[in-house]
Design a protein around this ligand. Structure first.
Ligand code: ADP
Ligand code: MG
Length: 339
């Protein structure tokens, strides 16, 4: 018998990898916006059509790419963000694996336009199923625009498994809101089928929360602030009387990255003790800053899970900080009353 093992061609390897990184239009939205943030943009525009199924575009005013980088960014494991293994323990950027654009380009038709401020001309590249179709110089505004058309066009099984437009749109809005909350100083806008859904000027975190969730949130927020040698915590928690029966207003950001963490969630819930109406969930938008060498982000393809060196200490700090903030809010009304 002859040997039977073969190396997969890059296009097939990319398609397989893409299945992990890009599960639905919202995953592509997340990756593209995170790239814009890593590029230092302070203005980011998202355009979707057909809940992202036929069209997703992210336009930023970030650092742009050189002609060579504009081509290289679609290669797998091609990244400007880390260079060596040690860098994995000092990650300050959203991306670092160099997988997103390679994955997206394997399963969609992509048009990249990019120009660095210092270059006279920018580059337009069209790529489809990992194959470059055209590349030419072009006069462009500085920054980057990436348009992703017909996601999963070459994987009918995946395409057929996409949910209704309203469900896919909900996922996109969730991702958009998370990243907009994490970066209130960045101007964000979002357009869907020709309508502007969000227009968020550069603002404070409190203003951003109010902008995203409604004016009445102005009166619902209790500030949280704590600085320890292990972590710093900042943000807002909701007053207990406004807690809701449904979830969806709970946000943790670790080094500005949205994470899902049942253990830390428990710490916050625990801080409310018995002041929460039964079966309700308070709003929280909490930022934890931690030395990147004390965490491992590389646990899950979508990076929404993190392993911490000392999660017990984090739990304790979070719980006592939130508790103290709520306690302070509880006495404030009496003070106001006496004035
Ligand atoms: P990663 O973000 O993990 O590095 P990506 O595949 O998302 O991997 O992007 C590959 C590279 O392309 C990035 O490291 C960056 O250098 C470049 N890039 C991607 N998007 C942008 C953008 N919007 N502006 C400038 N450079 C970008
Ligand atoms: Mg990236």
């Amino acid at each position: 018998m002859s040997d039977i093992i073969q190396l997969l061609p890059d296009s097939v390897a990319n398609q397989i990898a893409a299945g992990e990184v890009v599960q639905r239009p919202a995953s592509a939205v997340k990756e593209l916006i995170e790239n814009a943030i890593d590029a230092g943009a302070d203005k980011i525009k998202l355009i979707v059509k057909d809940a992202g199924k036929s069209f997703i575009q992210v336009i930023d005013n970030g650092c742009g790419m050189s002609i060579t980088d504009a081509r290289l960014c679609f290669e797998r494991h091609a990244t400007s963000k880390i260079r060596q293994a040690e860098d994995l323990f000092a990650i300050r950027t959203m991306g670092f694996r160099g997988e997103a654009l390679a994955s997206i380009a394997a399963i969609a038709q992509v048009e990249l336009k990019s120009r660095r401020v210092e270059d006279e001309l920018g580059t337009i590249i069209e790529i489809e199923g990992s194959k470059v179709i055209s590349q030419q110089p072009e006069a462009l505004p500085s920054g980057t625009s990436i348009a992703v058309k017909n996601l999963f066009y070459n994987i009918p099984a995946r395409r057929n498994f996409l949910k209704s437009n309203s469900v896919e749109m909900r996922h996109i809005i969730d991702e958009f809101q998370r990243v907009a909350l994490a970066h209130p100083s960045i101007f964000f806008s979002m357009h869907s089928d020709g309508h502007e859904l969000f227009h968020l000027p550069s603002e404070t975190l409190k203003q951003r929360i109010v902008h995203l969730f409604g004016n009445n949130y102005n009166q619902r927020l209790v500030p949280v602030e704590e600085d320890t040698t292990i972590i710093t915590v900042s943000g807002f928690v909701g007053k207990p009387e406004f807690a809701k029966k449904t979830r969806g207003e709970q946000f943790f950001f670790v080094n500005k990255r949205f994470v899902k963490d049942p253990y830390l969630h428990h710490a916050v819930m625990n801080a409310y003790e018995d002041i929460l109406p039964v079966d309700t969930y308070p709003l929280y938008v909490l930022f934890i800053e931690i030395d990147p060498s004390k965490i491992d982000i590389n646990v899950h393809p979508t990076k929404t899970e993190i392993k911490y060196e000392d999660d017990k200490a984090m739990y304790a700090i979070l719980r006592s900080t939130v508790k103290r903030s709520l306690g302070r809010y509880n006495i404030t009304p009496t003070l106001d009353f006496n004035q």
